[in-house]
Design a protein around this ligand. Structure first.
Ligand SMILES: CSCCC(=O)C(=O)COP(=O)(O)O
Ligand SMILES: [Mg+2]
Length: 252
């Protein structure tokens, strides 16, 4: 029996939900790890790099941390898959250039793209909410094995423009930005803490449990769950979604 939702918008987590954590950790993380040093050394004056470095120093509580210390912190966060915002900002810079150069092609589970196309053509608005930065999300969707998927996506949200993924307030912010009532939004994620936060904000939430993903064994608590996007039917689509132009989110 499919899970059926009457909603106007679906908000997608990436890692563990649309795409394999293993791919992110095995392909994207080493790509950024090998380039942090050069980025910090050669582009420290770039405003985005400078702001991210200031955030690293603040998180460390070390206002004078030098580039070597900053790089070590970034790599330690990588090792623990810590979703620190400045790490994600710097990774996003590196990855978007890598995708742009053709060094990288993203990954989506086989069930995902056909279902996203079906929902989109049925009038369902698709948004992304990931710890990966908006720049990384944009590159990820633009450089998929199935070509450019960005036309399917209305808005991109990260921990910078929406806030932490385990706080209900972030989901309220996204609902407001999309112009969609909370009860007309469905969030898909692999992490129970994120599903809890979405539900606390009045959203529908489904835990995506894929074998081999880090949260597969732990499960998704008392949330509805699906093993693939094929198990989810959307019967709504577009009647109460507002203007569609993201106000605080980043439209594609
Ligand atoms: C294109 S974003 C790359 C993946 C990533 O770095 C990440 O942190 C994704 O986390 P999510 O919130 O999507 O589980
Ligand atoms: Mg995830």
């Amino acid at each position: 029996m499919p899970l059926t939702f009457d909603v106007d918008g679906v908000v997608l987590d990436i890692e563990g939900t649309t795409s394999a954590t293993g791919f992110v950790v095995d392909v994207l993380y080493p790509y950024s790890r090998s380039r942090f040093g050069a980025l910090l050394a050669e582009r420290g004056d770039d405003p985005e790099v400078r702001r991210a470095v200031a955030q690293v120093r603040e998180l460390l509580g070390e206002p004078d941390a030098d580039p070597v210390r900053v790089e070590r912190a970034l790599n330690e966060w990588l090792d623990g898959d810590v979703k620190a915002t400045p790490l994600k900002t710097l990774q996003g810079l590196i990855w978007s250039e890598g995708f742009g150069r053709g060094d990288l092609v993203s990954h989506f589970y086989d069930d995902v793209v056909p279902v996203l196309r079906r929902w989109h053509s049925g009038g369902v608005r698709l948004h992304v909410y990931s710890s990966g930065s908006v720049a990384a999300q944009r590159a990820w969707f633009a450089s998929s094995p199935d070509g450019d998927l960005l036309p399917l996506v209305d808005g991109l949200y990260d921990t910078e423009n929406a806030g932490p993924k385990q706080e209900p307030e972030s989901y309220r912010r996204i609902a407001a930005a999309t112009g969609t009532e909370a009860g007309r939004l469905l969030f898909l994620s692999d992490r129970p803490g994120e599903l809890d936060a979405a539900r606390a904000a009045g959203w529908h939430a489904v835990g995506i449990r894929r074998a081999g993903e880090p949260y597969f064994e732990q499960g998704v608590g008392d949330h509805a769950q699906a093993g693939s996007f094929d198990e989810i039917d959307i019967i709504g689509g577009g009647t109460s979604s507002g203007s569609g132009a993201s106000t605080s989110g980043s439209s594609t």
